[in-house]
Design a protein around this ligand. Structure first.
Ligand SMILES: Nc1ncnc2c1ncn2[C@@H]1O[C@H](COP(=O)(O)OP(=O)(O)OP(=O)(O)O)[C@@H](O)[C@H]1O
Length: 262
């Protein structure tokens, strides 16, 4: 297994928020975490990435990544892991970029921080990566500022940066929920293409069980900090066991007479 999370519990300022979460992920697999706002989805992936807010603390459990317990990592080991072996995409990756610096200089700096490439090599490699994310005129994008791009384009830049070092694991927190439905579908499709080619495993956190059904091999349903249902996505969609999962599925809008999750 690439990742094995067992009995994970997390507290914020001594208040237990996430309790006894178990999940596992093999190379190239896609796991979706769904559940209502506040159910602890983001907390789980932040704990895996070692980036809980400062009042947050893992109060129990284990997180094995390639067989090593991440909770024993030194700060140095975390910084070697983040960005190269494991990477994260956020709801609005544009907000992670400095608004008053050109995209190219930020992308090049990011590459040079994590590799011995020269600036010139990094620039060329960054453009190639933007092209892979179907961004037109990568040379112009490199020269532009984040605010000059649409939300979908900024999100593609975020995915391109996250995927640059072919991470083994991509953690995606509501990566498309700020986008309109058509752009959501395109960005999800492109992100999956690039991950499938590199055999990158994905954990995607989403409100949208339709997106989860489309993307994932495995599904974890969370409510109030606990897992209420988990298993193969197709099984859960066809035969949900918990009342809460049934509720989530019932809330999926009908599209053209057919369920979006169908
Ligand atoms: N920094 C923090 N300090 C204290 N409590 C927090 C902090 N961040 C989150 N929480 C609490 O932890 C709980 C879980 O939050 P989390 O963001 O993990 O949920 P979520 O399922 O990802 O929600 P959403 O879908 O809205 O992002 C919530 O009750 C939230 O109020």
């Amino acid at each position: 297994m690439l990742l094995e999370v067992s009995e994970l519990s997390v507290s914020y300022a001594e208040r237990a928020i996430v309790r006894d979460v178990n999940l596992s992920l093999a190379e190239g697999e896609v796991l979706a975490i769904v559940g209502e706002s506040g159910s602890g989805k983001t907390t789980v992936i932040r704990a895996i990435m070692g980036c809980l807010p400062h009042e947050g603390r893992v109060s129990g459990g284990r997180i094995l990544f390639e067989g090593k317990n991440l909770l024993e990592n030194t700060p140095d080991e975390w910084s070697r892991l983040c960005g190269t072996k494991a990477a994260m995409v956020f709801q609005d990756s544009g907000s992670m970029l400095d608004p008053i610096r050109r995209i190219g200089s930020q992308f090049i700096e990011y590459i040079c921080e994590h590799s011995p490439m020269t600036k010139r090599e990094a620039a060329r490699a960054a453009e190639d990566m933007l092209r892979k994310m179907h961004l037109p005129n990568p040379e112009n994008i490199m020269k532009g500022y984040p605010f000059e791009l649409s939300g979908g384009m900024r999100q593609r830049v975020g995915v391109a940066m996250a995927m640059f070092f072919t991470p083994r694991l991509l953690l995606a927190d509501e990566p498309t929920s700020a986008l309109d439905v058509t752009t959501q579908a395109q960005v999800v499709k492109e992100m999956m293409e690039i991950c499938q080619k590199d055999k990158t495993a994905i954990i995607i956190v989403t409100h949208n069980i339709g997106v989860a059904a489309y993307m994932s091999d495995k599904l974890v349903v969370m409510q109030e900090g606990r897992i209420v249902e988990s298993g193969e996505t197709d099984d859960i969609i066809a035969r949900p066991q918990s009342a809460y999962t049934k509720e989530l599925l019932d809330a999926v809008p009908q599209v053209g007479g057919e369920r979006y999750v169908g």
